[in-house]
Design a protein around this ligand. Structure first.
Ligand code: HMG
Ligand code: MG
Length: 303
């Protein structure tokens, strides 16, 4: 049996950011805000709301400051924003963001495509972010893309991930997300990666971020759970993809993750029915297909 502490899983809902960033149709701030409010009412403990990146690169996130102002924050919920550079952090500071995520890559090619700089240049930018964030009492997390494969470089060795993770740790990033950007990983690769990274980032300081492109996300999350990981990113209704990773589809659907976790006896604090309705709201707005099979099953049964 699991101890109470061990049975708690923290889900970071990334649909407002990862889910919407590659949507070509403009989603007004009020719709995004309503979406965030539905998610927090469903009991989601952490919400990645937007990113302070160049609006030329990611037009859908151009309303970051206005969006942030209109979020009615719920006590106990953490609101996160991505920042790529000090310029983005300044905008986040103006918006009173309390926790930011710096996003790097373990693949040089992806780093150049996504944030227009090399890995070492990105580490340098992140260290400046960490320094400025400290002055403003802003928490900083990191996430690394392509940890199980790259759309440009192909397979990625665990030791390459370890190399970049060491650099993140050295600049004071104490919490790290491991992302499978294009969803190509399988469980043994996940286990190898977690095993090799454990000396730098103990399991309690890690989170996992799986895109479900090849249908491997849930089984990879199960492997992570077995290894002791208790933090996962997911996207309600499976929304999303990365604009700089060709063919990358959405993250694992939060509905699938919550359904599995509750079935396994883990606690998430999330009300699955309310969560499904939050995803359904955004899918209805976008007029596209819900990619959560749990949501589809629930909605079909209800109608
Ligand atoms: P750059 O062109 O090298 O930046 O882009 P720059 O510093 O040379 O500035 C160029 C222009 O951008 C200037 O404007 C700056 O003001 C502006 P101009 O003078 O031309 O009018 N600019 C900014 N504007 C607003 N906010 C900022 C900012 N910085 C510069 N923060 C940059 C570098 C990083 C800005 C650019 O490459 C960028 O914005 N990239 C966006 C990348 C992105 O958002 N990708 C998706 C998120 S990551 C992801 O999805 C993966 C993840 O989910 C994990 C996984 O699944 O792998 C996290
Ligand atoms: Mg992602």
């Amino acid at each position: 049996t699991m101890s109470p502490v061990n049975s708690q899983v923290i889900i970071t809902e990334v649909a407002p950011r990862d889910g919407l960033q590659s949507e070509v149709q403009w989603v007004p701030s009020e719709i995004k805000q309503h979406f965030i409010h539905l998610l927090q009412e469903a009991g989601v403990p952490e919400i990645e709301c937007t990113s302070f990146v160049s609006p030329k690169w990611v037009p859908q996130m151009a309303d970051n400051q206005q969006l942030w102002l209109g979020i009615h924050k719920k006590p106990g919920v953490s609101y996160l924003a991505l920042v790529p550079n000090v310029q983005g952090l300044h905008l986040a500071i103006e918006s009173k963001v309390e926790e930011v995520v710096v996003f790097g890559s373990v693949s040089e090619a992806f780093s150049l495509k996504n944030i227009n700089c090399t890995i070492d240049q990105s580490i340098d930018k992140f260290s400046k972010i960490v320094a400025l964030a400290q002055l403003h009492n802003i928490r900083v997390r990191g996430i690394l893309s392509c940890t199980l494969g790259c759309p440009y470089e192909g397979p990625i060795e665990a030791r390459q991930v370890v190399k970049v993770a060491e650099k993140m740790k050295a600049i004071g990033i104490n919490r790290l997300g491991l992302a499978d950007t294009i969803g190509v990983g399988t469980p043994n690769a996940v286990i190898t990666l977690l095993d090799q990274i454990a000396t730098i980032y103990p399991v309690h300081s890690l989170s996992a971020h799986f895109h479900d492109t090849y249908g491997q996300a849930l089984v990879n999350i199960y492997a992570c759970l077995q290894a002791g990981v208790r933090r996962f990113d997911s996207s309600v209704s499976g929304l999303g993809g990365c604009p700089y990773a060709k063919g990358a589809t959405g993250n694992v659907a939060t509905e699938e993750l919550v359904y599995m976790l509750h079935g396994l006896g883990y606690h998430t604090g999330i009300n699955l029915e309310k969560l499904i309705m939050a995803g359904d709201f955004m899918r209805n707005y976008l007029k596209n297909t819900n990619n959560s099979r749990v949501a589809l099953a629930y909605l079909a049964k209800r109608s």
